[in-house]
Design a binder for this molecule. Structure first.
Ligand code: ADP
Length: 248
């Protein structure tokens, strides 16, 4: 059944803030190896859903299962990160005064149990791993530059690289192309497709050109629940989705 075969399985999830139902009977299953795009208007519950998966917000009701066996609702944020769930927030947060490769080296050595700080497990330079990540996130040519000198798009890629360095089982990416140029947006789609060859990815994004380019299954959220699911063509031609986006 889906609860055990899915990498991530949400069923009947509810979250309310002071009586307001931000998440209202949300159910969703992400298969291992899949990349899923999550769309939906502002206030649809996309951020809250990510917060639930990463343990930042606890649901009032419902199931949140990881890898068919782990009940995420019982675990705190640190433990969930240790399971291999990496989250990229919308704004890039890299160590600006460190080089690109040192940012990756730091990420390789993060110990999630030391919250908010970085902890060195050892001094071994995992050069091969770093090379591989630099290749994937297209930053090989700027590896010795300070992260602070990168373009906005490159900083986003570097942060994705920092998550990749930790080899996550599930990578959650929040609005990666916000503020990017068209070229960077296209390159980000290519980059995520490459990452998806080895990783399961969930990406929240408003940019429909980008979502179309990803070419993956799309879930449209509205009022805290799934409004439509399918290919981008199916979802974008769905009457309820059109109504929600155009406003009634
Ligand atoms: P999205 O990311 O799709 O824009 P959110 O998950 O941020 O949507 O928000 C869903 C709804 O829940 C919104 O109406 C928002 O105002 C509300 N909400 C989110 N977080 C809180 C909170 N901590 N307290 C009160 N309301 C919240």
């Amino acid at each position: 059944n889906r609860a055990t075969s899915a990498l991530l399985y949400l069923d009947g999830v509810h979250v309310s803030f002071d009586g307001f139902h931000a998440i209202n009977n949300l159910s969703l299953a992400l298969e291992p190896g899949e990349m899923r795009a999550i769309i939906g208007p502002n206030g649809a519950g996309k951020t809250t859903m990510m917060d639930i998966i990463t343990g930042k917000t606890k649901p009032d009701e419902g199931t949140v299962m990881f890898d068919g066996k782990t009940d995420l609702t019982r675990l705190d944020e640190t433990r969930i990160a240790e399971l291999g769930i990496g989250r990229k927030f919308q704004k890039p947060t890299v160590f600006e005064s460190q080089s690109v490769e040192d940012n990756l080296l730091l990420a390789l050595n993060v110990d999630h149990s030391v919250k908010g700080t970085l902890f060195w497990r050892g001094s071994k330079v995992e050069a091969e791993q770093i090379d591989k990540v630099l290749e994937t996130v297209r930053l090989k040519d700027v590896r010795r530059k300070l992260a602070g000198s990168l373009s906005h798009g490159q900083k986003q890629w570097l942060e994705i690289g920092m998550l990749l360095a930790q080899d996550p089982k599930l990578l959650l990416v929040d609005e990666p192309v916000a503020g990017m140029t068209d070229v960077e947006t296209h390159q980000t789609a290519e980059l995520l497709k490459a990452i998806n060859k080895d990783h399961t990815v969930m990406v929240v994004e408003h940019d429909m050109t980008f979502v179309r380019e990803l070419g993956v299954k799309v879930t449209c959220l509205h009022e805290g629940t799934v409004l439509a699911e399918g290919t981008i063509d199916q979802v974008s031609s769905n009457e309820r989705v059109i109504e929600v986006y155009l406003g009634r």
